[in-house]
Design a protein around this ligand. Structure first.
Ligand code: BES
Ligand code: MN
Ligand code: ZN
Length: 497
């Protein structure tokens, strides 16, 4: 989907989108069209058919008095309550309504009482429209023509369109990153496995990202035995990919580091999962997918920041060679782990990748993303990711960024009370806790591998996939984390131009 911006005007064919707001009625261009259509739009408002509340729509097909094919009137809600997310939702709604239209022109006028200029609104609406336009239908060979979206371009007309273009350009790159993550998360596990996921990481070289991929031999040599134990029952070779984007050039401070759980399929291993719903475990690489999408977004928009992305890529399978409950592994950190449940594998992968990243890069902070526990789904559902941290300032910044872009996080505790639950009688720790507090004990486990580095763990098990659309996020792979972290970086860690 291409979004193009141009100066104000009124096209004389195709579909035109105009706006109304709560309490302020029709926007100027909507008023013009109202006059041409003998007052149909104002009638809808005065009769109570249409109030102008957020993302409400009224569609006129081939209105008389114009050569247009369709007029779509869209509500903006209360002008003084307009924010980034609601504008993106309005854009998403336009996509949903018009996916089958041919030429679409959106006309963004100045809105009384709004804090946003037309150019700013145009950029946010365009962003929501593009974000919602994502589809993953490459494997659908029999999709009927009428089920495929028809328009590949939208024109948005507004005052200050050059500014709209400038504001939109980086958002378009971030959306590329989000789409990359969604693609990775959606791919089936026979196509996307550690090696092919690492190949996908390599494609970011085109954008100037440095990419290294380690295989089993290299990781054995280094001692990433916790990660390797998870993958040892798989016919697919385990990998670790390390990406570096150096957009800030030489900096005295360490880079920002993002670590992702990349379990390309999680059967549970010998502690095998029930078969119902197991297909969902193809997106157990959602954390790694988000890290790769983030790196793509940062490189795409040439962010002035130094960032490292490190992803542990494994497939968790039962097999004659698979890890057993009872095994003890020595992690890269030197700490030993008693495996009590081979389905608690994500933390084993992350333990080694966190330690590796900390030792090699001495990062300013580490943020990991992982579809780590079913328990976080019980606690927070599909509304917020769980956030665990040893650093209040990072949590504050992430919460704010999440609220702005609509990728919300909720802080959960870490403390010594929970830490002691994972002590083992026979090794330094075990990989599961008791019945309760499953997400917290998982976080405590990770915390044992971050030392004193400021660290945040985001448990995104409830967020990486969605069975229903939540505009501007269509159903399926959500790309959760990319926009959250991109905004967090832009607001706090990017050098000024
Ligand atoms: N990948 C799962 C967590 C998960 C569950 C993600 C549902 C998305 C949806 C993880 O590896 C896992 O199996 N966790 C276990 C941990 C338990 C064995 C301590 C869980 O949550 O049941
Ligand atoms: Mn598991
Ligand atoms: Zn898992």
């Amino acid at each position: 989907m291409k979004i193009a911006f141009a100066g104000p005007g009124l096209p004389d064919n195709g579909t035109v989108v105009v706006f109304a707001s709560l309490g302020r009625g029709l926007a100027p261009t909507a008023k013009k069209l109202d006059a041409k259509t003998k007052g149909v739009l104002s009638k809808a408002l005065s009769s109570g058919q249409f109030s102008g509340k957020k993302a409400q729509v009224l569609s006129l097909i081939a209105p008389r008095g114009t050569k247009l094919e369709q007029i779509l009137l869209v509500g903006l809600g209360k002008p003084d309550a307009l924010d980034e997310l609601s504008l993106a939702q309005v854009g998403a709604k336009i996509y949903v309504e018009l996916a089958h239209a041919k030429t679409v022109t959106v006309i963004v006028d100045a809105i009384e009482k709004a804090k946003w200029s037309p150019a700013e609104m145009a950029a946010e609406i365009g962003n929501g429209l593009r974000l919602h336009s994502y589809r993953f239908d490459k494997y659908r060979t029999k999709l009927a023509k009428e089920d495929k979206p028809t328009f590949g371009q939208v024109r948005i007309l507004c005052d200050g369109f050059a500014k709209a273009r400038t504001l939109y350009a980086p958002k378009d790159k971030v959306a590329d990153g989000v789409f990359f993550t969604r693609d990775l998360v959606s791919e089936p596990p026979n196509v996307l496995y550690p090696e092919t996921l690492a190949q996908q990481a390599q494609t970011l070289k085109e954008l100037g990202v440095k990419v290294e991929v380690l295989g089993v031999a290299e990781m054995k040599k280094l001692g990433l035995n916790a990660l390797l134990g998870v993958g040892q029952g798989s016919a697919r070779e385990s990998k670790m990919a390390i990406l570096q984007w150096n957009g800030a050039g030489k900096s005295t401070e360490g880079p920002l580091a993002f670590i992702g759980k990349g379990v390309t399929f999680d059967t549970g291993g010998i502690s095998i999962k029930p078969s119902a719903g197991m297909q969902d475990m193809k997106w157990d690489m959602g954390g790694a997918g988000a890290v790769l999408g983030l790196m793509k977004a940062l490189a795409g928009r040439k962010a002035r920041v130094n960032a490292v992305g490190a992803v542990g890529l494994v497939e968790n399978m039962p097999d004659g060679n698979a890890q057993r409950p009872g095994d003890i592994v020595k992690s890269l950190s030197g700490q030993t782990i008693e495996i009590q449940n081979t389905d608690a594998e994500g933390r084993l992968v992350l333990a080694d990748v966190l330690w590796y990243t900390k030792e090699r890069f001495k990062p300013r902070f580490m943020i990991d993303l992982a579809t780590l526990t079913g328990a976080i789904l019980i606690a927070l559902g599909h509304e917020m990711a769980g956030m665990f941290s040893n650093d209040d300032a990072l949590c504050e910044q992430l919460s704010k960024a999440g609220n702005i872009v609509g990728e919300k996080v909720w802080r959960m505790p870490v403390s010594d009370d929970y830490d002691k639950i994972i002590n083992s009688d026979i090794a330094d720790m075990k990989n599961i806790g008791d019945r309760g507090a499953g997400s917290i004990t998982a976080a405590q486990f990770l915390k044992r591998f971050v030392g004193t580095t400021p660290w945040v763990h985001l448990d995104i098990a409830g967020m990486a996939w969605s069975d229903k659309a939540r505009p501007p996020v269509p159903k399926g792979g959500t790309g959760f984390g990319v926009r959250l972290l991109e905004r967090f970086i832009a607001d706090h860690y990017e050098e000024k131009a």
